[in-house]
Design a binder for this molecule. Sequence first.
Ligand SMILES: NC(=O)c1ccc[n+]([C@@H]2O[C@H](COP(=O)([O-])OP(=O)(O)OC[C@H]3O[C@@H](n4cnc5c(N)ncnc54)[C@H](O)[C@@H]3O)[C@@H](O)[C@H]2O)c1
Ligand SMILES: O=c1ccn([C@@H]2O[C@H](COP(=O)(O)OP(=O)(O)O[C@H]3O[C@H](CO)[C@H](O)[C@H](O)[C@H]3O)[C@@H](O)[C@H]2O)c(=O)[nH]1
Length: 324
Amino acid sequence: MANVLVTGGAGYIGAHACKALAQAGYTPVVFDNLSTGHRAAVKFGPLVVGDLMERAAIDAALAEYQPIAVMHFAALSQVGESMQDPARYWRENVMGALNLIEAALAAGIDKFIFSSTCATYGDQDGVVLDETTEQRPINAYGGSKLAIEQMLRDFAPKGLNHVIFRYFNVAGADPEAEVGEAHDPETHLVPLILQAVAGTRGALTIFGTDYDTPDGTCIRDYVHVSDLVEAHVAGLEWLIAGKSSEVFCPGTGAGFSVREVVAAAASVTNGPVPMQEGPRRAGDAVRLVCGSDKARTRLGWTPDRSTMPQMLRDAHRWHGSDGF
Ligand SMILES: NC(=O)c1ccc[n+]([C@@H]2O[C@H](COP(=O)([O-])OP(=O)(O)OC[C@H]3O[C@@H](n4cnc5c(N)ncnc54)[C@H](O)[C@@H]3O)[C@@H](O)[C@H]2O)c1
Ligand SMILES: O=c1ccn([C@@H]2O[C@H](COP(=O)(O)OP(=O)(O)O[C@H]3O[C@H](CO)[C@H](O)[C@H](O)[C@H]3O)[C@@H](O)[C@H]2O)c(=O)[nH]1
């Protein structure tokens, strides 16, 4: 079975990608410093504990496992933290990616799949976001991801073919609850709602109820993590087939407000969601919804688990399990 190096494979999305890769017949080799990931999340192949800031550690992993491709999930990824400490985001995200890209090229790898984000668009309310939308990030997290996208375009002529996925909001968990979302601190809406329902944390605070939306709360495009990682396997097979470097926005085109997610969670969990209304969170865009079918039409991707009840049910099942 061919090896694929999965940086960040001990984290939320990377661990799901490892399961999808294993199911598709690849061996996922995780490279992770365990800063936000979990050793117990690495279930589908070997784990190399290493840091992308150390080029020699990447070289050693590539020499030992000889992967055919790299999936690069590892990153610092909190918008608020990136506004507090931009230097760390520029240093670790950008330098880590540069080390990885140079090491991959030196090892003769020509396929690279990268986790980018709709945070590269900045706050463009009223604009339907797709692969052609101008990118104007408003924080160091989005800026660092945009820099890595540019880096990949600059290195393509050297022979590194790439697929860039600009994610919107990722939610849910493996339907078999083998892996799931476990961040500490948690900042994402769905796990915070489920923790509020379970009583493992206080009431959910809705960040802003005076936005220019039908119910006053922010709107996001949520994709099921298992659908998202299937897009990555399709992206890998796209590159294996010798197709061109591409950007895809794997969103669903459906927008849900915070209140709509809370109401759906109350229905799925059969319980009220303890909540309170609070002020807006700095840096939140009003509406981030994907306006493209490119991933469906070109990759043949069908995000059929990405209904709000399904994402909430799978996340709820995972949160009710023993976790990692
Ligand atoms: N979760 C989302 O909704 C979302 C949305 C858009 C983009 N993304 C992107 O998807 C990727 C994965 O996100 P996630 O939610 O799974 O995050 P996560 O924090 O759960 O996983 C990141 C993993 O990378 C590892 N890591 C971080 N820095 C490292 C380094 N220098 N060297 C080696 N390993 C390192 C961490 O230990 C962790 O296991 C990130 O690149 C993130 O920016 C996530
Ligand atoms: O306690 C909370 C947490 C979140 N929200 C709201 O719920 C929505 C979703 O918030 P998340 O924090 O779950 O997700 P974001 O939309 O902020 O972040 C996502 O998009 C970002 C880009 O804007 C990054 O890519 C990030 O990694 C990704 O999770 C937002 O309107 C937010 O204000 C609340 O009301 N209360």
